[in-house]
Structure formats: structure tokens, C-alpha cells
Design a protein around this ligand. Structure first.
Ligand SMILES: [Zn+2]
Ligand SMILES: [Zn+2]
Length: 160
């Protein structure tokens, strides 16, 4: 990654900066080449953690299957102590085998510790398939949550 490009994009970008929720320092914007248009990701200068907005993980990994597995249908419960640096909502831990990443339950952004991007790339190369049963459980959790909170259900609860 070219330092000059980073400096330029830093100045040109009027986007607000995120703070690393581990080090509480401002993260740097870094422009990364993908197979499509370049994307700008946020990198912590202290711990080298990476923040990815929704959709950016797939572009970085060039693996939709793996990124969808980690960011879609992730349930409703939080197993992570982390707060989303983008929208300040709760996050959940999602696993690709032994690699654990934090995903925001609200905005779908992803936090990667310094070496997790490389670990995920390796998983992708191995042809990671994912744990279907774990995914079904989370899907079920979402369905139950939606059913509980449907307008019709709330209406009926009033009369109980
Ligand atoms: Zn940090
Ligand atoms: Zn968020």
C-alpha cells in the first residue's frame, strides 16, 4: 500500500474517521485495490486492526461465500464485548473454524484483528465450507426474534 496514496486520500476524504475501540485512537484511511473499484478501509495505526464497512470483506477476500457466511444471518445475540466503531451498537463473534471475527449486528461492518485478514484469505484458499448447523441455529434465532416482534404479535400480546 502506497503511503502517498494514503496521504492524498486522507486529505481528500471528508468522511468521518472511526476510532479503534481497542486503542481509542483515530484510524487511518487506506485505499486498497480490489477487482472492482478501489475501496477505502480503516486501519488502526497502533494495533493494525482493520475496520470494514458492510460488503468490503467480500471485495477484499474475493470470496462471497466466506464473507456471506461471516456477515449474513448472524443471529440476534451478542457474544462479543465489542462496540461497533461505526454505529456504536453491539457486535457478535462469527467463526470460520478457528478464526473469530467481530461483526456488527446492526450495520454489518466487520472488525478484523491484525492477522485475521491473512487467516481468512488462507481459509478461502482452502475452500472453506462453513458449519451449516451453526448457521441454521442463527437463522432460526432471527426468525423467532422477528416473529416475537411482528406487529401482529405485539397486537395480540396486549390482550393477554
Ligand atoms: Zn487499535
Ligand atoms: Zn455497526
Amino acid at each position: 500500500m502506497c503511503i502517498v496514496v494514503c496521504m492524498v486520500s486522507k486529505k481528500a476524504s471528508s468522511e468521518r474517521k472511526y476510532e479503534c475501540h481497542k486503542c481509542w485512537v483515530e484510524m487511518d484511511k487506506e485505499e486498497v485495490e480490489t477487482f472492482g473499484p478501489n475501496i477505502v478501509i480503516d486501519v488502526c495505526p497502533k494495533c493494525n486492526g482493520i475496520w470494514l464497512d458492510k460488503g468490503e470483506l467480500g471485495k477484499l477476500l474475493k470470496d462471497k461465500k466466506l464473507s456471506n457466511y461471516l456477515t449474513k444471518h448472524i443471529g440476534t445475540k451478542s457474544k462479543s464485548p465489542m462496540i461497533c466503531p461505526r454505529c456504536a451498537n453491539i457486535m457478535d463473534i462469527e467463526k470460520a473454524d478457528d478464526v473469530e471475527v467481530d461483526v456488527c449486528l446492526t450495520c454489518g461492518g466487520v472488525w478484523l484483528d491484525s492477522d485475521e485478514l491473512e487467516e481468512l484469505k488462507a481459509k478461502s484458499k482452502e475452500g472453506f465450507e462453513g458449519d451449516k448447523n451453526a448457521k441454521l441455529e442463527e437463522l432460526d434465532e432471527e426468525r423467532r426474534y422477528k416473529a416475537r416482534n411482528s406487529p401482529l404479535n405485539k397486537f395480540f400480546r396486549k390482550f393477554k
